[in-house]
Design a protein around this ligand. Structure first.
Ligand code: ADP
Ligand code: MG
Length: 330
């Protein structure tokens, strides 16, 4: 297939005798956001490093193509097609934001004039024009991350790897980062995003892969993943006790609450099952006063897939990123 920005089969990586990626398959269509979701230590950064040619995969693995190029035989072509914003900032704090940008322009061999123009445009786009002449060390966490992405964009990559772009950011900076990511994709760029946050994957990603124990435990749209776990139901609420009783006999298997006059009918949230509920109501001549569909959220999925306990860290629990500044200027 030519319309895949990233295609990997049986991607494997071990460090010594520690197996980190145990043969994972990835297929990311062009112009989409793909999220690799997993807790600390799951292997997200390892996957990003391999796909961006920074780290060799184990030789036993299958083929890997990025931007249409074979990663092993043509790494230079892959590098020309991609941009990487690593988990740890590439920003040099000793020089200004503008100087960081110009450095990137030099690395991409842009002519001086063009380099200055590209730098100015990107700084403007990411709201950094006012701070452009200040040392990057004075930037807040959100500003540094924006500068980091702006630097990645200097080479106009078609595929961008963002490794935990919002870890350590406050909610407002996180939302502004989400907006940036959406705009990138609206411009046709493919984004490979790693995150520990279910909410983030749910919000942004067209497809999500849950990384667990070195494997992809599940992969699909957020909605598809949510349908994998039980707990979904259709809730029917009634005001008239007689109608409620009619519904109780129509839905033998539903769980009932006689006080609130509500019924919960198990459902995976699919159109087919919802229609079955409606059909049954219709044929019994019953009209519910309220009908709501409850799908489990990604948390339910994540806990079900990963066995719970090890799960998702709280926002401020970032052992692998102790030096990440908060949004306050230091
Ligand atoms: N260079 C390395 N040498 C040995 N082990 C490593 C190395 N890099 C990462 N690991 C281990 O591999 C696992 C996956 O790490 P990583 O890819 O950084 O996970 P994530 O980005 O999901 O937090 C972790 O257990 C980590 O300790
Ligand atoms: Mg990581």
């Amino acid at each position: 297939m030519t319309d895949l920005a990233i295609a990997a089969n049986g991607l494997r990586k071990s460090y010594g005798d520690k197996l980190v990626l145990d043969g994972i398959d990835l297929a990311v269509p062009e112009g989409t956001i793909f999220s690799l979701l997993g807790p600390n230590g799951a292997g997200k950064t390892t996957a990003v490093k391999i796909l961006s040619t920074l780290l060799p995969p184990d030789p036993a693995g299958g083929s890997i193509r990025v931007g249409g190029h074979d990663l092993l035989t043509d790494p230079q072509a892959v590098r020309a097609a991609i941009g990487v914003t690593g988990q740890f900032s590439a920003v040099d704090g000793l020089i200004t934001g503008e100087e960081n940008m110009l450095l990137m322009a030099d690395l991409h061999h842009l002519p001086k004039r063009e380099g200055r123009q590209v730098a100015a445009d990107l700084l403007e786009r990411f709201g950094l024009t006012d701070a452009a002449r200040k040392p990057a060390s004075t930037y807040s966490g959100g500003m540094k991350r924006r500068l980091d992405i702006a630097m990645t964009l200097v080479g106009s990559p078609r595929i961008i790897f963002l490794d935990e772009p919002t870890t350590g950011l406050d909610p407002r900076s996180r939302h502004s980062m989400w907006q940036i990511i959406r705009e990138l994709v609206a411009g046709g760029v493919t984004v490979f995003l790693t995150t520990q946050y279910l909410e983030e994957a749910d919000e942004l990603a067209h497809r999500i892969a849950v990384l667990h124990d070195g494997r992809i435990a599940a992969e699909g749209t957020a909605e598809e993943l949510k349908r994998l776990v039980p707990g979904g139901h259709v809730q029917l609420r009634f005001t008239d006790p007689a109608t409620y009783q009619g519904a109780v006999s129509a839905f033998g298997t539903a769980s009932r609450n006689d006080e609130t006059l509500t019924l919960q009918v198990p459902s995976d949230g699919s159109q087919r099952q919802l229609r079955a509920v409606l059909d049954r109501l219709d044929s019994a001549g019953i009209e519910a006063d309220e009908l709501t569909v409850h799908t489990p959220d990604l948390d339910d999925v994540f806990f079900a897939l990963t066995g719970g306990a090890a799960a998702v860290p709280a926002q401020n629990d970032q052992p692998d990123r102790p030096d990440q500044p908060k949004e306050a200027v230091r």
